[in-house]
Design a protein around this ligand. Sequence first.
Ligand SMILES: [Zn+2]
Length: 350
Amino acid sequence: MPSDLIISEDIKSIVEETQNAIIEYFQDTLGESFDESKRNRLQQVFNTFSVISEDAGTIHYYGGRCSCINKKIEINRDINVYLNEMKNGMNKKSKIMLELIHEYGHAFSNINRLIIDFEDLSSISHFEEGMQNIFSELVLNHYFKKNNIQANAISTGYGKEENSLPRTILYSMSKNDEYNNAMAEYLLGNKQKFLSMFLPQKIVRAQKLYGNMISLNFSLKDVFDMRPDAFKQINEDSIFCYQNNMIYAFWLQNFVPENILCNEFLDCSSKEEILLKYEKKYQKKILFEDEKTTCITPNLPEPKITPADATRSALKMTTANNTKEANNIEHQESTSTLECTKDVNQQDDQ
Ligand SMILES: [Zn+2]
């Protein structure tokens, strides 16, 4: 262990517990797929990233921050546990763990990144933040379950814009808990392999990779077509439905013959809402008969949008109705950021 590694004394025991919780999650969910190379990436981060606790004044409103350049994670030690988290049974310690898992996730995911320019940074960071939100929830809920703690971890730092696409993708892999492998591949493995788990090969090859970072550009239809059956019914209790208003557009796609996976439906937050909107717009009613529809939809061009565009527009529509509410929440919410500084280390993804 390098001598310049610092773990702040006041949160040392929480850091150790969090590291163990992360290791346990991978061990329990991956089994033999938790191979040497993944274990090495994990240990590399634990052994080289300092974890510093900061007071709220220093770190502003953030819950945490991760710099892959300085190999440093900062955690807000005065972190507030806001109301919805207390309702979920979380306390201050578990909130710190949640933030810490999120920041460690950034470190796993970006340790070998190579950024040349930031043209596509918004799509990278939106997807990345959403993935770390889910990662922190998966790890902490696994930890709660193992220790018989009555709590439910949910991340509140980011909203639907960041969460919808990764949650929808992972939802499609709910069968046999395949999403755990996808999460491990994203964080500790190879991003190209991760993409292959939900996109056809020709689309995977068209994505840009910066070391271990990906810039995404695919249509939502590409994702849907890989596993249409996964969206026949939506289990609304799934962790992947939380903070996700994209999933209903995928669900609707099962019942219409045209490609309608486009921005205009991404603001809908329930099946009922999306049906109403669809019927109003096209003056067609969807009739469900054995999961088949008898309606005819107009010809729509297949939308070629980036996930960031889709989610950004979804958020815009959602927040337009809730601007006041959103403004109120903003200053209370703690968020985590990935510090995106130009990385000159020419490291290749292994
Ligand atoms: Zn983050």
